[in-house]
Write a protein that binds this ligand. Structure first.
Ligand SMILES: Cc1cc2nc3c(=O)[nH]c(=O)nc-3n(C[C@H](O)[C@H](O)[C@H](O)COP(=O)(O)OP(=O)(O)OC[C@H]3O[C@@H](n4cnc5c(N)ncnc54)[C@H](O)[C@@H]3O)c2cc1C
Length: 436
C-alpha cells in the first residue's frame, strides 16, 4: 500500500515518519524547495529567524512533548517564559489577568470591579450565555479585562470583529481564571497563568525548522520538494497526483495542505462545496526580522494590543530563546503583523513595513536607536491563522464530508482547518497513524 502525503510542513513530515516507522511506503509531495511550511527558519548575516512568526515548543500533551524532546535531543533548550503586554506604556505580566496589579489604578478598578460584578450576575443566571467570541470574552472576564485588553488584542490578531467570531473553540484554549487568582493578581500577589507554557523549549541551533528537520531525518529520501500538487484524480481504487509535469500514483491519500489549495486540484467539485470552502476564513502573516548590535529587553515576547504603538500584534526576541541565533554582541527582534488579502498592510511594500516597524520600536523604547539595526528582512505567509467566523461549523462540515466521500484524509492546521499549534498537529498525525 503506497501512501501519498500532500505537504511537507510539520504535519506532513511527522505523518511520514510515523507511517514509515510502521513499515508503510510513503511519499511526501511539497511545493517549496524546503520542508517545514510555517515552521521554516532562515539564516542571514548570522541571524536565524522563524519565517512563520516566533515558534516555541510547549504542550499539555505529555506524549507529544516527549516525542519532540526525543527527536531534538541535545539541540533543545528550556527557557522560562517572560511574556508581557505593552499597555499604556507599561509592561504588564502575561496573561493580562495575572498582571492586573501593574495596571494604572483606574484601570485596575475597572477590571476587578467588572470581573466581580459579572461573576455575580453570571452565577445568578442574569447574563445570557454567549453567542459569539466577543460575548464569551465579556461573560468570562467581565467588561474591564475585555475592553482594556482581550477584545482589542484579539481583533488586532484576527483582523476580524470578535462579535462576528464563533466561540466554540475557546474553552480550554483561553482558560477561565480562578476568581482567587484574579484577586491575588489585583492585590499584587504573584500568580502564573497558562502554566503549560510557563516553560518552553526552543532549538539551540537552526531555529524551529531544526525540529522539523529532526523529525524528517529518517524519511528525507521519501520527500519530493518542488512538487506543487495541481491535480488529483481517482484511478481505479487509487489516486494519481500531478504537478503538471510529473505524476505520482498512490493507494492512499493524506492531505496536509490548505483546503483552499486542495479543492481546486480535485475533479467535479460541486458548487456548494466550492462555496463552503471559499467562505472559510483565514488571515495572512508578515514577519519582520530585525538584527541589532547590542541587547534587547529580557522578554520572551510582548503582545501589542494598542494600534497607536504600531500595526504589529506581537514582538518576540529570538536571541533570548537561544544565544546561537544571533552573532556575538548582537540580538534579534521578530515582529508579527497579521493581515487580510487586499487590506492596507497587504499593499505595503517590504521597505515601508520595515520602516514603520523600526520607527515604532524606537518610539516604544524597545529599540534604543535605529542606528543599532544591522540587518532586516521580511517574509509573508498566505495561510497563518484559521479565523472561526459564525458560519465556520456549517461550512467546514460540508467540505469535510466531501473529502471523506472522496477518501481523502485531512490532517494538519489548514487541512483540518483548525487552530492547531505544533503539538496539535503532531497529536493529529499520531492519532491518524495509530488508526491505520
Ligand atoms: C504567527 C504564528 C506563530 C505560531 N507559534 C507557534 C508556537 O509558538 N508554538 C506552536 O506550537 N505552534 C505555533 N504556531 C502554529 C504552527 O505554525 C502550526 O501548527 C504548524 O506549523 C502547522 O503545520 P502544518 O504542516 O499543518 O501546516 P503548514 O506549515 O501550513 O504546512 C503545509 C505545507 O503544505 C505545502 N503546500 C501547500 N500547498 C501545496 C501544494 N499545492 N502542493 C504541495 N505542497 C503544498 C506548504 O508549502 C507547506 O509546506 C504558530 C503559527 C503562527 C502563524
Amino acid at each position: 500500500m503506497k501512501t501519498a502525503i500532500l505537504g511537507g510542513g510539520l504535519t506532513g513530515v511527522t505523518l511520514a515518519r510515523l507511517l514509515h516507522g510502521k513499515g508503510e511506503d510513503v511519499t511526501v509531495l511539497e511545493q517549496e524547495e524546503t520542508i517545514g511550511g510555517l515552521c521554516r527558519s532562515r539564516t542571514d548575516a548570522g541571524f536565524t529567524f522563524d519565517i512563520g512568526g516566533s515558534h516555541v515548543i510547549f504542550s499539555r500533551d505529555a506524549d507529544v512533548l516527549s516525542f519532540i524532546q526525543d527527536v531534538l535531543g541535545d539541540n533543545g533548550e528550556q527557557r522560562k517564559r517572560n511574556a508581557k503586554i505593552l499597555y499604556k506604556g507599561r509592561y504588564i505580566k502575561y496573561p493580562f489577568e495575572n498582571g492586573l496589579y501593574q495596571l494604572p489604578k483606574e484601570d485596575l478598578f475597572f477590571c476587578i470591579n467588572e470581573f466581580i460584578k459579572n461573576l455575580i450576575a453570571v452565577e445568578k443566571g442574569e447574563v445570557a450565555p454567549p453567542e459569539n467570541f466577543a460575548e464569551w470574552i465579556t461573560y468570562t472576564f467581565g467588561k474591564g479585562i475585555a475592553e482594556c485588553y482581550l477584545i482589542p488584542y484579539n481583533e488586532k490578531v484576527w483582523k476580524y470583529p470578535a462579535a462576528l467570531m464563533s466561540h466554540h473553540w475557546v474553552d480550554g484554549r483561553i482558560p477561565r481564571p480562578p476568581v482567587e487568582d484574579i484577586i491575588r493578581s489585583a492585590v499584587g500577589i504573584e500568580t502564573e497563568g497558562y502554566v503549560h507554557q510557563a516553560v518552553f523549549t526552543y532549538p539551540v541551533r537552526g531555529g524551529i525548522e531544526a525540529m522539523v528537520r529532526a523529525i524528517a531525518e529518517p524519511v528525507m529520501p521519501f520527500i519530493r520538494t518542488g512538487f506543487a500538487v495541481s491535480s488529483v484524480r481517482e484511478e481505479g481504487s487509487g489516486f494519481v497526483i500531478s504537478d503538471g509535469t510529473a505524476e505520482v500514483a498512490a493507494d492512499r491519500l493524506i492531505s496536509t495542505i490548505p483546503l483552499q489549495n486542495l479543492l481546486p486540484c480535485l475533479e467535479d467539485v460541486p458548487p456548494e462545496v466550492e462555496a463552503a470552502c471559499a467562505a472559510l476564513r483565514y488571515n495572512s502573516l508578515c514577519s519582520v526580522f530585525i538584527g541589532i548590535r547590542g541587547e534587547v529587553p529580557d522578554f520572551s515576547w510582548v503582545y501589542i494590543p494598542e494600534t497607536e504603538i504600531g500595526i504589529f500584534n506581537r514582538i518576540s526576541f529570538p536571541s533570548n530563546y537561544s544565544a546561537e541565533v544571533a552573532p556575538p554582541d548582537h540580538a534579534s527582534i521578530l515582529v508579527e503583523i497579521t493581515y487580510n488579502e487586499g487590506d492596507d498592510v497587504s499593499r505595503m511594500s517590504d521597505t515601508d513595513i520595515v520602516g514603520h516597524t523600526v520607527r515604532s520600536l524606537e518610539v516604544a523604547g524597545i529599540l534604543r536607536s535605529a542606528a543599532d539595526v544591522v540587518h532586516t528582512g521580511v517574509e509573508r505567509q498566505r495561510f497563518a491563522y484559521v479565523v472561526y467566523d459564525l458560519d465556520y461549523l456549517k461550512n467546514i462540515e460540508i467540505v469535510r464530508d466531501f473529502c471523506r466521500e472522496r477518501r481523502i484524509a485531512l490532517v494538519g492546521r489548514f487541512a483540518q482547518f483548525e487552530y492547531l499549534n505544533m503539538d496539535g498537529c503532531i497529536r493529529s498525525a499520531m492519532d491518524f497513524a495509530g488508526m491505520i
